[in-house]
Write a protein that binds this ligand. Structure first.
Ligand code: 3H9
Length: 680
């Protein structure tokens, strides 16, 4: 059956799309819509047209899988011009998410009606492109330049109520009566002339609005190409006639579509979705119902983890050893929720509901009936083993036992229990109530049900979960290590901390390794013994330089925490290097990049060859959502594909003598280089 069908409801032609899962505007849909327009134009009995979609949503956009290749006619922009030019009114009936090309289709219709739960947006900027089917020209003509800038450059969808308020919708329908109301509405306006054609309206811009928007959003847009192109296209809408504005839009989207940034961002879109899929899982693997959660440890991590569940209505029992620590943890959670209310992220009632679901306890026995226990105690194998031994005695049969370890061997932890099949790693990132990434660590004996449940639960608490195998540091921290090692070594050999950080900032990371270290505090893991100087960090701590909080670490900080290079830190580093017999020399940015980033790719390749990640794109997801890898560079393995495995291997070989005695090239990386293959 065709994905587009038509039927008559009196003198209204109803056009229905049924292209699961999201009614993307692929070739078959575009072709079907074009034929429906022909039908409407040809039949004098048709007085008005309604376009709606079956399934879960109105058109959620162009079909992204068609990007990158030649697209078959009819193209969406031309189709929408024909749609708008039809001399009979067309009504878009919207439910679900009208996104991208979907909203552009609605904008080309003469009227728009939607259910209150619908969302409307132009998220193309998140794919590194812009709305290329007239959206940049039509939206400002409908909602004004300021609102269009927010929607197109920001990319976030808005709800139907707001859409109605800003004039994007003509009417709201009842949640369950969209189809009938749309037809009734079409009949009401069937004879009304002139037809309200968006392209015939004027987009008026307040003086200075574009530069003010650029200035206000400079930080968010830094490094990205698409937001500036979006602004230029909207500017064209305000300054040029419609047809010329369309030409500007077309030129810009063509450039963006071919850019590495857009390729990277599209890669991440699909990578994020691929990450949810578990290799080798038997179809129909049963999920374990999780209706209550226990958390061991009410520190920063435990508290943050608890909030994820409380916020979606799952009760949490949180355990500490001492009343004082428990009280502190509970108070922090309360404060965080109060902060959420203050910033408008939730209502007072929602916060009250969430905190009401928290049960503090000092008694292990209170964890006996929960469906999932997550341990978030001190990162030490003996401590973890002790916790799991106790847990094994009291947890109910079938309960999932999870560890939040960020490095340790999940199999070794599981082995102290009588039920290793119930044990899994849930590596949250700090702050755990904010960070999107979750590494789900599959132990050698973790059952399929436990793994599948962990992944499903992650989606429920709105995390992006990636399956990792057991190895030191899993995917993220394991790849962080060579980068940190090299950064530390580079400053001993003569690079300044600011040189290394600049290379990272220029690459697009929000922070460099030394800025990050100063922020976190150099005393993490410090033995508090000023005579012990085994690392530069020891030496800095010994002189009271613990990072931002003491006004100095690798950098100096003023009272507003503005950073400047530190002659004192540089002296300490030089002295430390001299004591180790390391000669200082000038170091190029190129060398910094090769040693810090190529070694990460090499480690990623090892993770893949050892089967510790299911696919290269999972590694990209970990780094983009957990470690600040710029999304427009698509993650380390996608970036490696752009740079080329050959170039990376050559660079690593060139640096080999400097990479330390433990460095070895990944055979997989070498094989990719030899065969000219990519990871993704
Ligand atoms: C555009 O429109 C350009 C135009 O300006 C004009 C150009 C000329 N295409 O996310 P889910 C797949 S750009 C192809 O898990 P949810 C997705 O991969 C587009 N496939 O569901 C997944 O496949 P699988 C602008 C798509 O309920 C499945 O559908 N639009 C597309 O959590 C389910 O997706 C956007 O950027 C697509 N457009 O969320 C919207 N969309 O099952 C992108 C989804 O094999 N889409 N798929 O893994 C979304 O934001 C979400 O998918 C949506 C549903 C909110 C719609």
């Amino acid at each position: 059956m065709s994905v587009i069908t038509t039927h008559r409801d009196g003198d209204v032609l109803v056009v229905v799309s049924n292209n699961p899962p999201v009614n993307a505007l692929g070739f078959a849909v575009r072709d079907g819509l074009a034929k429906a327009l022909d039908e409407a134009a040809a039949d004098p009995a048709v007085k008005a047209v309604v376009i709606r979609c079956d399934g879960r949503t109105f058109f959620a956009g162009a079909d992204i899988t068609e990007f990158g290749g030649p697209m078959k006619d009819p193209q969406l922009p031309e189709l929408l011009e024909r749609l708008e030019a039809l001399d009979k009114p067309v009504v878009a009936a919207i439910h679900g998410t009208a996104l991208g090309g979907g909203l552009e289709t609605a904008l080309a219709c003469h009227y728009r009606i939607a259910v209150p739960s619908a969302k409307l947006g132009l998220p193309e900027v998140k794919l590194g492109i812009l709305p290329g089917a007239g959206g940049t020209q039509r939206l400002p003509r409908v909602v004004g330049v300021a609102a269009a800038l927010e929607m197109i450059v920001g990319g976030a969808p808005i709800g139907a109520k707001k859409a109605s308020d800003i004039g994007l919708l003509d009417r709201l329908a009842g949640e369950d009566s969209l189809a009938a109301e749309a037809v009734a509405f079409a009949r009401d306006i069937a004879e009304k002339r002139p037809l309200p054609r968006t392209s015939e309206k004027q987009a008026v811009a307040e003086p200075g609005v574009f530069d003010a928007f650029r200035a206000a959003n400079a930080r968010k847009m830094k490094g990205f190409e698409a937001p500036e192109a979006c602004i230029q296209a909207i500017q064209a809408a305000a300054e040029l006639p419609f047809a010329q504005g369309l030409e500007v839009e077309r030129k810009l989207i063509r450039q963006l579509m071919a850019s590495d940034q857009s390729k990277a961002q599209r890669h991440i879109f699909f990578a994020e979705r691929a990450a949810a899929k578990i290799d080798g899982l038997a179809p129909g693997t049963p999920l374990i119902p999780v209706k209550s959660v226990g958390i061991i440890g009410a520190g920063t991590m435990g508290g943050g983890i608890a909030m994820n569940f409380l916020s979606i209505g799952i009760p949490v029992t949180i355990l500490e050893m001492q009343q004082e620590a428990l009280d502190r943890g509970v108070a922090t959670i309360g404060r965080n929720y109060a902060g959420n209310v203050k910033s408008g992220r939730m209502t007072e009632d929602q916060a009250k509901q969430a905190t009401g679901l928290l049960k503090p306890t000092l008694d292990y026995a209170d964890l006996g009936q929960v469906d999932l226990v997550i341990e978030a105690v001190f990162e030490n194998m003996d401590v973890k083993k002790e916790v799991f031994t106790r847990l094994d005695k009291i947890a109910k049969p079938g309960a999932i036992l999870a560890t939040n370890t960020s490095y340790l061997d999940v199999d070794e932890i599981a082995a102290v229990t009588s039920r290793p099949e119930s044990v899994v790693g849930l590596h949250f990132f700090s702050p755990a109530n904010v960070m999107k990434l979750l590494e789900v660590v599959r132990g050698a004996k973790t059952s399929d049900s436990v793994l599948a449940t962990a992944m499903a639960l992650a989606k429920q608490i709105r995390k992006i979960a990636v399956v990792a195998g057991v190895c030191h540091g899993f995917i993220g921290n394991r790849m962080l290590k060579p980068r940190q090692d090299q950064a530390g070594q580079l400053i001993l050999e003569g690079a300044k901390p600011a040189d290394v950080d600049r290379v990272f900032l220029d690459f697009g990371f929000p922070m460099g390794p030394f800025q990050l270290a100063d922020l976190a505090g150099l005393d993490i893991g410090w033995h508090r013994d000023p005579t012990r100087r085994e690392s530069v960090r020891d030496a800095l701590c010994a002189e009271g330089r613990l990072g931002q909080k003491t006004g100095g670490g690798f950098y100096d900080y003023d009272e507003k925490r503005n950073r400047t290079p530190s002659p004192v830190a540089e002296r300490i580093i030089a002295e430390f290097a001299a004591a180790k017999g390391i000669a200082q020399r000038a170091i190029s940015d190129e060398e910094i990049r090769e040693r810090c980033l190529y070694t990460m790719v090499n480690e990623g390749a090892k993770i893949l060859e050892e089967g510790k990640a299911q696919r290269a794109s999972d590694i990209d997801v970990v780094w983009v959502f957990g470690y600040g890898w710029p999304v427009y560079r698509g993650g380390p393995m996608f970036w490696a594909d752009l740079v080329g495995a050959r170039t990376i291997v050559d660079g690593l070989k060139r640096q080999q003598d400097r990479l330390g005695p433990d460095f070895t090239l990944s055979p997989l990386l070498v094989a990719k280089a030899e065969k000219g293959e990519t990871f993704n």
